[in-house]
Ligand binder design. Structure first.
Ligand SMILES: [Zn+2]
Length: 118
């Protein structure tokens, strides 16, 4: 696994777990002291804590998305032999489709997947 993928995977996991923790375990309620006699002690949601949780969820979401992009991203240097370089790979026995990786005869104008060779 490449370094950038390790970083991406770590960021993805951190973002997802952070969001789950915020959504499930981040306490947004505060204790309210009983004011009058007969009024029971209770817990109410705190708007400031709610907005903190919301901001945290957004940050976690962005971190998770960026991590996913890093994890999925394939630097072009690494795909020297593989497909997705953009142009058809010229090989001794034919040409490799950049879209699906299938090797077609050198005379083929079009790949089975529909990609048109230049
Ligand atoms: Zn193809």
């Amino acid at each position: 696994m490449k370094l950038i993928q390790r970083i991406g995977l770590a960021a993805m996991a951190a973002g997802v777990f952070g969001a789950i923790w915020l959504a499930l375990f981040f306490d947004i309620s505060i204790q309210v002291e009983p004011g009058k006699i007969g009024q029971p002690e209770k817990r109410v949601a705190n708007i400031d804590l709610m907005s903190q949780r919301q901001s945290g969820l957004i940050v976690c979401g962005i971190v998770a998305v960026v991590g996913t992009i890093l994890f999925v991203a394939n630097p072009k240097i690494e795909t020297r032999q593989g497909p997705s370089s953009g142009a058809a790979m010229r090989l001794p026995g034919g040409q490799q489709c950049p879209r699906c990786g299938l090797i077609s005869p050198p005379t083929a104008k079009r790949c089975d997947c529909g990609f048109t060779f230049l």
